[in-house]
Design a protein around this ligand. Sequence first.
Ligand SMILES: NC(=O)c1ccc[n+]([C@@H]2O[C@H](COP(=O)([O-])OP(=O)(O)OC[C@H]3O[C@@H](n4cnc5c(N)ncnc54)[C@H](O)[C@@H]3O)[C@@H](O)[C@H]2O)c1
Ligand SMILES: CC(=O)N[C@@H]1[C@@H](OP(=O)(O)OP(=O)(O)OC[C@H]2O[C@@H](n3ccc(=O)[nH]c3=O)[C@H](O)[C@@H]2O)O[C@H](CO)[C@@H](O)[C@@H]1O
Length: 462
Amino acid sequence: MSEAVNTGTPLYGSEASADDQQTAFTNGEVPVAVYGLGKMGLPLASVYAEVTGNVTGADVDPDVVAGLNAGENHIAGEPGLDELVDDLVSRDAFRAVADPKEAATDARVHVVIVPTLIDDNGAPDLSIVESVMRDIASGLEEGDMVIAESTLPPRSCVDRLLPILEDESGLELGEFGLAFCPERTSSGRALEDIRGAYPKIVGGADEESTRVAELIYGHLNTNEIITVSDTTTAEAVKVFEGVYRDVNIGLANELAQHTEAFDIDVTEAIEAANTQPFCEIHAPGAGVGGHCIPYYPRFIMKEFDTETPVMRAARDTNDEMPLYTADHAVDGLHAEGVDPAESTALVLGLTYRPGVDEIRATPALPLVERLVEEGVDVDAVDPVNTHTEPFEAAGANLVDLDGVAETYDAVVLVTPQEAFDDLDLTSLAPQDGRLVVVDGRQSLTELRGHDAVHYRGVGVNV
Ligand SMILES: NC(=O)c1ccc[n+]([C@@H]2O[C@H](COP(=O)([O-])OP(=O)(O)OC[C@H]3O[C@@H](n4cnc5c(N)ncnc54)[C@H](O)[C@@H]3O)[C@@H](O)[C@H]2O)c1
Ligand SMILES: CC(=O)N[C@@H]1[C@@H](OP(=O)(O)OP(=O)(O)OC[C@H]2O[C@@H](n3ccc(=O)[nH]c3=O)[C@H](O)[C@@H]2O)O[C@H](CO)[C@@H](O)[C@@H]1O
């Protein structure tokens, strides 16, 4: 329990009128702490600060904290975030601290948006979330509200987070509130998403928690606020969204592997099939990266005894796509009479999807590893990517766009960064043969049939 008296207005269990509570929240009388100021946390903290004018962000990265307190946004590629952070900090609506406990002391609303990771065995790792819950408990006061936005396996709030908050604070649910309100936000459009691109899902550990969370998000999100029965239902909603996507990408990838057997463009068939409303087959590709979609199925597969054959099969299919794509390059080289061990290749795109500087679970890494394993001399280029070490450790030579060699035996497109749009790949063809082009995202189909190119695509027929 904190020594300092918390002067902020509590919302949980408040007997004030709804209007007075709303006014207190938007007047900054309800101090908010946001834990985790990364790709999702900083935009979220900024929207909270835009609404309340009184947000303290906590991040264990001192560079993040120092930069933010200087009004600098460290998250690239988020339209509007630079200006918003600068404005909020300049008018003291937002400040950052490096110690989550410091933020917990004065806050009346605690919003947790730190990473939920996967351990080496593929099981969910909630250690960071649980550590933040202990920090919050150190400053938790009667009337406080805790909101988890980090994606969590179903039952995490009831089985893991609530016991930590109660045991470490000496308070019980009913004296403070807990809700799970998942972050339905995509990098590159975070502010737009948080402000109301989609309905906000809210699930409380008790009715009062749901009420308070609904009041809060009614001010942040202009879209519908959907209240569900409890925290576990809300946790399931978020995981189900991700599982749906992973399974459907897995289906697309499995269908794409029939391209040659059917002797058709599977992507053409998918596009046509999707013209009726009961079909939404996703896009086949070089693999599924990021720290959402590849991970969320493991929040169910690894956590509960119920069998999950569909999710597991899709996950396995998606995990093999980088190797399937690399093998397209190796087979193409053989077909052109080139020994892979004597060949050079350029890998285009290393981040997990275009425009986002994130390499977690990126398909590019296992693909590079496979090519290097086959003896290919690999150059790799990605103007968006700032994380080079894993690819260098895998044996790739990281080059800038102006450092690309004159010719290669093969080019493999993994992530179609905008900067590649103007590349004339045919100019990279070797003098005495054709350039093997492997199109991992159906982005180079105009090269099919080109004299200087041996084209191979994922889901695209030649
Ligand atoms: N990135 C997405 O597209 C996306 C979408 C929806 C949901 N989510 C979920 O949002 C959560 C955060 O993801 P992200 O993309 O913002 O991660 P991120 O890696 O971009 O940022 C995480 C931030 O948390 C900080 N941090 C780590 N430990 C901390 C601690 N103990 N206390 C305070 N700060 C700490 C890190 O320094 C970092 O700045 C994850 O649970 C993720 O599943 C992400
Ligand atoms: C609100 C929220 O939580 N948002 C999440 C965020 O997820 P994200 O940032 O991880 O991005 P995704 O688009 O899911 O891509 C993941 C990987 O899957 C590959 N992929 C994708 C589609 C496809 O048809 N075939 C593929 O192979 C792609 O190349 C990449 O490697 O945005 C998505 C909407 O964009 C949301 O659905 C998702 O909930």
